[in-house]
Design a binder for this molecule. Sequence first.
Ligand SMILES: NC(=O)c1ccc[n+]([C@@H]2O[C@H](COP(=O)([O-])OP(=O)(O)OC[C@H]3O[C@@H](n4cnc5c(N)ncnc54)[C@H](OP(=O)(O)O)[C@@H]3O)[C@@H](O)[C@H]2O)c1
Length: 290
Amino acid sequence: MRIMVTGASGTIGGEVLRQLLAAGHTVRALTRDPVRASLPESAEVLRGDLTDPETLTGVFENVDRLFLAPAFAVSATVNDVLAAATTAGVRRIVTLSSGAVVEDEPGYGDADYHHADEVTVEQAVEAAGVEWTHVRAGEFMANTLDWAPAIRAAGVVRSPFGKIAAGMVHEADIAAVAVAALTEDGHHGAKYVLTGPGLITPPEQVAAIGAAIGRDLRFEAISPDQARADWLAQGCDRTFVEWMLGPEDAPVSESDLVGAAELTDDVERVLNRPAHTYARWAADHADDFR
Ligand SMILES: NC(=O)c1ccc[n+]([C@@H]2O[C@H](COP(=O)([O-])OP(=O)(O)OC[C@H]3O[C@@H](n4cnc5c(N)ncnc54)[C@H](OP(=O)(O)O)[C@@H]3O)[C@@H](O)[C@H]2O)c1
């Protein structure tokens, strides 16, 4: 059995690739730039661009199963990509989607839905005549790697919404669920919504990083307006900024979001072990913050 991993140089695809290789599977990895991606030698690395199906000629030959990510790259071309994959013989596809995709939410399926790319990819895969599983990941713990430069430089994190607890999830758990769906039977048709084991606020996350690196760190709450200015200046995508903070003329209110997050037990149900805590994640990434 040969498994293809797209997004293989990314946070989740990279972890899927490493876990599959560690379990002894034959893995092919897709990247636009094999030199820059610097992927493990035991993977068969092919060049390809999901936005340009002509670059995918032959990449799916002898591939049985596919991990498909990221949705933003493949949504516009997904039908061509799936046609190439299924014609070549791919029979099972696991997508990386988002826990923010909710079918009965107003606007679901509209072109301007906040996670329209994920919906497009999920629906196309469901219609492709293959076995499928959607891995709808919640907020990645790895997002807080963005804090590393400020922590290393000054021991302080400036961020909005200090009171909002989130059920953040470790990339190793997201990848492990994807690997289970790729390699075990019994996951066809599942839409797994993945969270960590507990709700944790940004100041608690900062404290956990401080404990992991043995240093006192400080959390400083900033206003959503300040965060908007900072994030746009850092080059963050405007759609992402609006999703996080709301539009400028109708910003989201922190008090509306406090208590809104929910936990699931899908990681534990699939893996037969509890999801990793944020403290575990901080320990795993301590060197990134030193
Ligand atoms: N951050 C969160 O909290 C969160 C939560 C739920 C879901 N998500 C979803 O997770 C996805 C991002 O996953 P990630 O963080 O693992 O990715 P990432 O670390 O941002 O890496 C992006 C990956 O996409 C690949 N890629 C980008 N454009 C490509 C293209 N045109 N053709 C082929 N490959 C392309 C890159 O490969 P090369 O550069 O090597 O080609 C790279 O491996 C997004 O769809 C996001 O919506 C994120």
